[in-house]
Write a protein of this length. Structure first.
Length: 179
């Protein structure tokens, strides 16, 4: 049982160094049915490529990644993505909030989202948005954290088992507009 959780923001080199833990987390999410872009045939090589691709975006400053660690293992992660468009300077997209099945319902997702919001305020991003599978546990978490429901898109993404699922779009304003 994980009792103490440490949250940290990673650079691209750290992702490579943590690859086994990242892969285990991603495989757990896909096996649990998370609709995050993978089919049931997903394997460790797919997971390694996925994380290495994200490391490139961290290196080019289009993405930030945090991890939650407990007992020396990665138990959660969240990504914050940025658009390269010059008119998108005020917003960021929450992506890939994942918590290992063995560590859920312990406040880890809430801690990761708090870090995302602090970072957004520090860098002058006052609008956060995200999408999540409709009626998922994550959807209720976002509502509890003050995210506002914009609407649903039917048949948005395929689950690992090939079933189309709807997604719900959420957003949150973090205070005054940046100048």
């Amino acid at each position: 049982m994980v009792t103490t959780i440490a949250i940290s923001k990673l650079d691209a080199r750290a992702i490579e160094g943590q690859l086994p833990g990242f892969c285990a987390l991603l495989i757990d999410a896909v096996e649990d049915g998370a609709s995050i872009g993978f089919e049931a045939s997903f394997n460790r090589a797919d997971a390694e490529k996925w994380w290495r691709d994200w490391a490139i975006e961290v290196e080019t400053e289009l993405r930030l990644i945090w991890i939650a660690e407990g007992a020396g293992e990665i138990v959660g992660t969240v990504h914050l993505g940025f658009s390269s468009k010059p008119t998108a300077w005020n917003r960021a997209e929450v992506q890939k909030l994942l918590v290992h099945r063995s560590s859920r319902r312990k406040g880890i997702a809430k801690q990761l989202m708090a870090e995302v919001e602090v970072e957004c305020r520090l860098i002058g991003r006052n609008l956060i948005y995200l999408d999540t599978e409709t009626n998922s546990a994550a959807e209720f978490l976002y509502q509890k954290l003050g995210y506002l429901r914009l609407g649903d898109i039917p048949d948005y993404a395929g689950s690992p088992r090939g079933v189309l699922t709807p997604t719900t779009i959420y957003y949150k304003l973090l205070g005054e507009r940046p100048r």
